[in-house]
Design a protein around this ligand. Structure first.
Ligand SMILES: Nc1ncnc2c1ncn2[C@@H]1O[C@H](COP(=O)(O)OP(=O)(O)OP(=O)(O)O)[C@@H](O)[C@H]1O
Length: 256
């Protein structure tokens, strides 16, 4: 039996008079890279925001690794096992690269605030383990040499890598990447593709919103296409590329 990581169905979300999502659903199996594409304003970010607890949907069912979850708050969703990055990078700009990743790791540890204030032995040992793991993750995404650099001093491409390292630090069931290639140059895009491939090979599951259709088609196992909040196609990249509704949404009359 397939090992399903995310199964969501019937997600709808309205903003005033605008139906941003109508009955959207998808199923992502473990180890897949799953792409979510569509023209500007199609509802991709809204979908991400709903499944990660930033927006409250009008309807929808949600299941992560076989268990129902309620996307009512961002930290609850992170605990349940979805980690995400943002289209507009959201790092702690004045913290170091290492500290940014350590923050991600803290949701999985137990000493808490009292332990931190008293600097209990358990807390100190835990901090050392978190720092070690954070350094491994910086190495893994290829920015290990910037450990002590403040996040804001890193290049755009490296900040996106740092966001991915922070997401990985939570040991997520699913990593949701919101336009990871935005603003990257051609070399950075090649490196990003290698990184995503590597994350997948390490048995992680990825949901990807991306404007760069070539990148999506080259990387993803399956793709959903949204247009005006509706799911107009779902399938392998090869199938989706041939779909007439998709061709029309991208090239046709709409032109939005
Ligand atoms: N918080 C909000 N309040 C009102 N309308 C919103 C809100 N968020 C999104 N929308 C609207 O919902 C629709 C879908 O937007 P969304 O950002 O999800 O699309 P998208 O596919 O991510 O677009 P893009 O590719 O441009 O990022 C748009 O018409 C947008 O204006």
């Amino acid at each position: 039996m397939a090992d399903t990581v995310l199964r969501v169905a019937n997600i709808s979300k309205r903003f005033g008079g605008l139906q941003a999502l109508s009955d959207v659903g998808l199923t992502i199996e473990r180890g897949q890279v799953y792409g979510l594409i569509g023209p500007n304003g199609a509802g991709k970010t809204t979908f991400f925001n709903v499944i990660t607890g930033l927006y409250t949907p009008d309807s929808g069912t949600f299941e992560l690794a076989g268990k129902p979850y309620k996307p009512t708050a961002v930290h609850e969703v992170a605990k349940a096992g979805i980690a995400r990055t943002f289209q507009n990078i959201r790092l702690f700009a004045d913290m170091t690269a290492l500290e940014n990743v350590m923050v991600g790791r803290h949701i999985r540890t137990g000493s808490g605030l009292v332990g931190a204030m008293l600097r209990t032995r358990k807390f100190v040992a835990e901090e050392a383990a978190i720092a070690k793991r954070a350094q491994e993750l910086l190495d893994y995404v290829g920015i290990g040499k910037y450990t002590d650099y403040k996040a804001r001093t890193l290049s755009y491409g490296d900040q996106r890598r740092l966001e991915i390292a922070r997401a990985l630090a939570t040991d997520p069931q699913l990593i949701a990447l919101d336009e990871p290639a935005a603003g990257m140059n051609a070399t950075e895009k090649v490196q990003l593709r290698e990184l995503i491939d590597r994350i997948r090979k390490d048995d992680r599951t990825i949901l990807l919103i991306e404007h760069d259709v070539k990148l999506v088609m080259g990387l993803c196992d399956r793709v959903t296409v949204l247009d005006y909040g509706k799911q107009i196609a779902e399938g392998t990249p090869a199938d989706v590329q041939k779909n007439e509704k998709v061709i029309e949404a991208y090239l046709g009359t709409g032109g939005h």
